[in-house]
Design a binder for this molecule. Structure first.
Ligand SMILES: NC(=O)c1ccc[n+]([C@@H]2O[C@H](COP(=O)([O-])OP(=O)(O)OC[C@H]3O[C@@H](n4cnc5c(N)ncnc54)[C@H](O)[C@@H]3O)[C@@H](O)[C@H]2O)c1
Length: 418
């Protein structure tokens, strides 16, 4: 049995733990959090109340002889925690996305893990969402020909959704801890991952972005456009767009975070639509209008994936199972450190573009340019913050209206939950 430790028992630990709870090959043996109360509450929910809780991650690593450590903490802590775990030669280090708050830290993490000969995984779960795995299979079979254009809309509404406490949100709006804003840098990593993986690309060439900070604290609404590298001048150029839409009056019950994703990929001979990810499994998934995959090609519209598990939690379980297998049997983690770093570069480009009001090139975002300060993502400064309470007051009104209509969310339960 592989011995697993979790550092950081915040919001996402509830999902990261799932792949270990029923594993035949790995078991959680201890957790760590500076907030012991939080850790205790989590263990209680997971039915593991006898497990040891450490307040200091170094002690967890020193005393528990771990095979895998899960690092689920604010982004500026990913490097020091990875470094300590790698130097202690823990064979498998899984770090929640984004890899780090700076490209400089990403590079250090790659180097340290290479030197210690341990496997570093960047945990990006959308890549393992069952309908997206099916979509990738179809794309690789050439169902829409050569994919030319990728488009993803993340709609952010106001639930009702999973409870996330304020402590969990407060560090995300600090750019020096998060590495950017809570939408494009933090959540966006998942979407940039899909924009590369589904399009079979390693990076983009150039990008332009508009970013508004409508309620002051969040980098939304925004609109991002990019061009993929054109390696072969005989083939059509490829583009992508990403938008985060703010829909405060859209009542949309979600079992997880208060957003959902809709994707459209156009190819040389067809179009593919992918409905939902974070919201997968909610009431919308149960309607015939929203199958997970729709393809138009050769004069026909076809649906796929309706029989697959659509709940978002399976993306976490699949990702964890993949890593357990890599540590047990060998192989390459998804994602590697290099791939994780590329996602951070992609996710920083919109801020640099917005700051300078011009197209930004991939090669401009690098550790070297962070050190010489030519590509530092800056936190926006606001003099008037009154938009935030006004915005929240309106949201509450709409929530009540929706609940009165009988549409509610259902948070998933563990065996020992009430
Ligand atoms: N894959 C996803 O869909 C997804 C969703 C949310 C968050 N995340 C990522 O997961 C990570 C954690 O996010 P979260 O939402 O759980 O944050 P959170 O704030 O809810 O939890 C972080 C936890 O780390 C603890 N912590 C802070 N400093 C510590 C230290 N020095 N030692 C031990 N514990 C410490 C905090 O007390 C807290 O309980 C981030 O990288 C985030 O981007 C991923």
């Amino acid at each position: 049995m592989l011995r697993v430790g979790i550092i950081g028992c915040g919001a996402i630990s509830n999902l990261n733990v799932l792949g270990y709870l029923h594993s035949q090959d790995a078991e959680l043996v201890a957790v760590c959090d500076t907030d012991v109360k939080r850790a205790r509450e989590k263990l209680e929910r997971w039915g593991l109340r006898t497990l040891k809780i450490y307040e200091d991650y170094k002690k967890l690593i020193d005393h528990e002889d771990l095979d895998i450590v899960e690092i689920l903490t604010p982004h500026n802590l990913h490097l020091p925690m990875t470094k300590y775990a790698a130097e202690a030669e823990i064979p498998g280090i899984s770090v929640q996305k984004p890899m780090a708050h700076t490209i400089t830290d990403c590079e250090k993490m790659i180097e340290i893990c290479k030197k210690s000969d341990v496997k570093l995984k960047i945990f990006e779960n959308f890549r393992f969402y069952p309908p997206f795995l099916k979509a990738k299979e179809l794309l690789d079979e050439g169902i829409i020909g050569d994919p030319l254009n990728f488009r993803i809309n993340t709609i952010k509404f106001r639930g009702p959704s999973m409870y996330v406490d304020l402590k969990s949100s407060s560090w995300r709006i600090k750019f020096d801890i998060c590495g950017g804003g809570p939408l494009i840098y933090d959540d966006g990593i998942h979407k940039f991952s899909l924009a590369l993986w589904l399009m079979d690309q390693k990076r983009v060439e150039e990008l332009y972005a508009w970013i508004d900070y409508f309620n002051v604290v969040m980098d939304i609404p925004n609109y991002i456009i990019w061009k993929y590298p054109n390696y072969n001048h005989n083939s059509l150029p490829k583009y992508g767009t990403m938008e985060f839409t703010f829909a405060p009056n859209l009542y949309y019950p979600n079992n997880y975070y208060d957003c959902d994703e809709f994707i459209e990929i156009s190819g040389t001979k067809g179009i593919m639509w992918l409905n939902q990810c974070t919201g997968g499994g909610n009431f919308l998934s149960k309607t015939p209008q929203f199958p997970p995959i729709v393809v138009y090609t050769d004069g026909e519209v076809k649906k796929y994936g309706e029989d697959m598990p659509r709940d978002w939690r399976y993306s976490f379980i699949n990702s964890t199972e993949h890593f357990i297998n890599v540590i047990k049997n060998g192989g390459v983690p998804i994602y590697t450190g290099e791939e994780g770093k590329n996602l951070c570069i992609f996710a920083k480009m919109p801020y640099i573009s917005n700051q300078r009001n011009r197209i930004v090139l991939w090669k401009e975002v690098s550790a070297e340019n962070e050190i010489n300060k030519s590509c530092v993502v800056e936190e926006p400064k606001f003099e008037d913050r009154s938009g935030f309470p006004r915005f929240n007051r309106n949201l509450r009104k709409d929530l009540k209206k929706g609940i009165n209509q009988g549409l509610i969310n259902t948070e998933f339960k563990y065996q020992y939950d009430d």
